[in-house]
Write a protein that binds this ligand. Structure first.
Ligand SMILES: [Zn+2]
Length: 328
């Protein structure tokens, strides 16, 4: 998986103190605006009607929340796009963001392992949490894994709460958007109409994305594919495909037995396609795909990309294209 952006943990502390002081001063100012003189002073300092502050965990949850909130709330993201969410270590600024937020939106299903401790450290009794996967029944079993490297006990996807990648199924994404909408309305009822209208528009696009997937992929039922990230079982289940995850790829060199394991799996499961993730230019995968005589395509788990909520549709349509091509 992509593990870039390993930032040093220190060096940001000083920056964070200023907003806190500013906030403190603001609350003092607004706390004593009963007398006319102070009211004058306060109105000079205080900003226009304060928006609800919503922090989201990682990119897809940011998109869905931003799509619903529009400009009615202030939406932030904790895990910077390009940073691995599965093994994310919280930073001091994450604690500060949660400490001053009204609402926290997470994917849930055990994805955000860093969150519990971070929320505890933020000590924000007014925080409302929205679990975007509320009501979604997770797939308990993880796809069959063919390990090319030697088995590791602590690999990325040792998820106790089932597979968390529900956002990659447009139908379950709708459920997430609905959960986020209802949570935002409960936390900020003043903007109910905005949240409802925005959610409806986004859900309509998810509906047509779903039909596009259905129409395109029904031509190749049971197409079996291999990925190196166990991210697509919901997508596969929705559209009658079969994901076979080959998770472990050694860091440096493929051994002959790694290649043999992969070849055996490809034969056993009649694999039609091999999928890497965008942005990964991996020589090992290339040589493996040549050995397997399979086309190497990309499938995007959407854990990385642009922050525009519409990017979900572009990336999913690219996934659909690549699936359709590979499954032909
Ligand atoms: Zn993932």
């Amino acid at each position: 998986m992509v593990r870039n952006h390993i930032e040093p943990k220190t060096g940001r502390k000083r920056n964070g103190i200023l907003p806190l002081i500013a906030l403190l001063m603001l609350s003092i100012a607004s706390g004593c605006n009963q007398s006319p003189a102070n009211q004058q002073a306060a109105s000079n300092v205080s900003p226009p009607a304060k928006k609800t502050k919503v922090v989201t965990t990682f990119l897809p949850i940011y998109w869905f929340t931003k799509a619903v909130a529009g400009d009615a709330a202030e939406v932030e993201i904790l895990v910077p796009p390009g940073t691995e969410v599965h093994e994310y270590q919280a930073k001091p600024e994450n604690v500060r963001a949660i400490a001053t937020a009204n609402v926290l939106v997470k994917n849930g299903l055990g994805l955000e392992e860093f969150l519990e401790e971070t929320v505890k450290n933020a000590q924000n009794p007014k925080l409302t949490e929205i679990d975007a996967s509320k009501g979604i029944k997770p797939l308990a079993e993880i796809s069959p894994i063919v390990s090319t490297a030697k088995e590791e006990k602590d690999h990325d996807h040792e998820h106790t709460e089932g597979n968390p990648h529900v956002w990659l199924d447009p139908v379950l994404a709708k459920q997430q958007v609905t959960n986020i909408r209802d949570g935002l309305i409960a936390a900020d009822p003043q903007n109910k109409a905005i949240y409802e209208a925005n959610a409806t528009a986004y859900i309509q696009k998810l509906d047509s994305l779903n039909s596009e997937f259905q129409q395109t992929l029904q031509k190749n039922p049971n197409c079996t594919f291999v990925t190196f990230h166990d991210a697509f079982p919901y997508l596969a289940q929705r559209y009658n495909l079969k994901q076979l995850a080959v998770v472990e790829i050694p860091e440096d060199q493929l051994s002959p037995s790694d290649v043999q394991n992969a070849v055996n799996a490809v034969k056993k499961y009649k694999v039609k396609a091999l999928f890497s993730e965008p942005g990964i230019d991996n020589k090992l995968l290339k040589s493996l795909s040549q050995d397997l005589k399979l086309n190497l395509q990309t499938l995007d788990s959407l854990e990385n990309g642009e922050t525009d909520p519409q990017h979900y549709f572009q990336a999913m349509k690219a996934n659909l294209q690549n699936l359709a091509t590979a499954c032909k």
